[in-house]
Design a protein around this ligand. Structure first.
Ligand code: EPU
Length: 435
């Protein structure tokens, strides 16, 4: 098992580029099942989750190749074989072994139903960040005419041609992101019009919609909670460049801020992280923005503040743990809530091992408000990563802590960050990977 060894206390400086967005790349890759010509996606980051989804797509008969220039080419059987292969002979099973490793594997359900008329997709199962149901996906796909049942841990679905319908994609905690992706992919070739109400407005969903439009779909209202889709008979191919990773960019900015350094993250879309930039300013950071870059200068100690993670355009849940690391060094008391995943606080116990003072009032429901009493210094220790964003929070805390911090189980980090340790080291951090 690889671990990261970090010697804290080096203020970060310099310029670093953001990678392509993981959460845009994954549903876009899954949507290539719909394409009847080859698809080429630029900016897909080199990540474990991308490799896992590529394996799922290969198991579904899709050719996935990394090109020399870093682009990803996906070719469906329709586009590579001139002697047309009967669509019923194509595989439609996404196995538990792969889908349980990465929930985004469930994003093949909508495209499979739409293109192949059948799907056997493993339910994703448990996850370290809390309950993650898929009821909204299933209800909306059923409304589009799919016949779905859950058997032996799999969603087994059939559909002749899906039919446009009005569907609801918001649940008690707000809109579902991958649910919107699944349903959008199903609706683009359904007969007639679909209206997706309560749709997610995250930039990654907008990116998927643009990709589908580039292949010939007719989608309007992207970036609003009501998306209208006029079904088309078929989709062609496309060449598409995905958006930069706003979560990675925000993580890098917080890494700079926590060390009291000054550095620039380049190649991002600053508006995608408006809420994060405003909160950084409130905490005492200096922020300078251009059209494609953000320079942050961290304060000596951040000011305490109350943070609540919400759906876009709020502060993303995927950056909540990193905020906790930052605010653990604040002057004063902060509170942190997560409205999207109210129990996503696995990092608390590990941050405490680095001398953070954090309390989770026990409400019995795991949806409390976490109270962070800022301390003057953190102290290095060995900690264990429990999930992707929790690992990032531990790395950030390690950059600021006195002495050495060892973050174990780095594979979580590699699922979703493209060489985070390499990027931090380019900014002057003392961070090494060891077995
Ligand atoms: N929900 C339901 N029913 C559903 C689906 C979701 O009640 O059928 C609830 C969830 O329990 C949660 C809320 O709705 O409380 C939002 O969940 P959502 O479905 O939006 O999450 P997701 O689509 O499974 C994506 C990202 C996550 C990110 C969330 C929230 C991808 C591949 N994953 O997950 O990313 O945290 O949206 O923004 O896009 C990460 O990158 O570390 C990560 C976990």
């Amino acid at each position: 098992m690889e671990r990261l060894c970090i010697t804290g206390g080096r203020p970060l400086s310099g310029t670093i580029a953001a990678s392509g967005s993981k959460n845009a790349a994954l549903p876009i890759m899954a949507a290539s099942i719909l394409a009847q010509q080859p698809v080429r996606i630029d900016g897909v980051p080199q990540l474990r989750d991308v490799c896992t989804l590529a394996d799922i797509l290969r198991s579904l008969g899709i050719r996935v190749s990394r090109l020399e220039d870093g682009g990803l080419e996906l070719a469906t059987v329709d586009s590579v074989s001139l002697d047309s292969v009967p669509i019923d002979s194509l595989p439609v099973r996404a196995d538990y072994e792969l889908v349980s490793r990465m929930r985004a594997g469930f994003c093949v359900l909508g495209p499979l139903l739409a293109r192949r008329g059948r799907a056997v997709v493993s339910l994703p199962g448990g996850c370290a960040i809390g309950d993650r149901p898929v009821d909204l996906h299933l209800a909306a796909l059923t409304a589009l005419g799919a016949e779905l049942k859950v058997e032996h841990g799999y969603v087994v679905g059939r559909a002749k041609r899906l039919v446009g319908a009005e569907v609801q994609l918001s649940g008690p905690r707000g809109p579902t992101v991958t649910g919107t992706a699944n349903v959008l992919c199903a609706a683009v070739t359904a007969r007639g019009q679909s209206v997706l109400r309560g749709a997610a407005i995250e930039p990654e969903v907008v990116d998927l919609g643009r990709f589908l439009n580039a292949m010939g779909a007719r989608i309007e209202g992207l970036g609003t909670s009501m998306i209208a889709v006029e079904g088309v008979d078929q989709l062609g191919g496309a060449r598409y460049k995905i958006i930069p990773d706003r979560i990675e960019a925000a993580t890098l900015l917080l890494a700079v801020a926590i060390t009291g350094g000054r550095a620039t993250v380049d190649g991002l879309v600053p508006q995608h992280i408006d809420a994060v930039l405003a909160a950084l300013e409130r905490s005492g950071c200096r922020i300078d923005t251009t059209a494609h870059s953000v320079c942050v200068a961290g304060p000596q100690r951040p000011r305490a503040q109350d943070i609540c993670a919400r759906p876009y355009p709020g502060i993303p849940t995927d950056i909540q743990a990193q905020w906790m690391a930052f605010l653990s060094l604040a002057q004063g008391r902060s509170t942190i809530r997560d409205e999207v995943f109210p129990g996503r606080f696995m990092h608390v116990a590990e941050l405490k091992r680095l001398s953070a003072r954090i309390e989770t009032p026990d409400t019995g429901r795991g949806d409390g408000c976490v109270v962070v009493e800022g301390v003057e210094r953190l102290t290095g220790a060995t900690v264990t990563a429990t999930d992707l964003r929790a690992s990032a929070a531990l790395v950030l805390a390690g950059l600021a802590a006195e002495g050495e911090t060892v973050v174990r189980d780095v594979y979580h980090l590699d699922r979703g960050y493209e060489g985070l340790d390499v990027k931090l080291s380019e900014l002057g951090a003392e961070i090494f990977r060891r077995r």
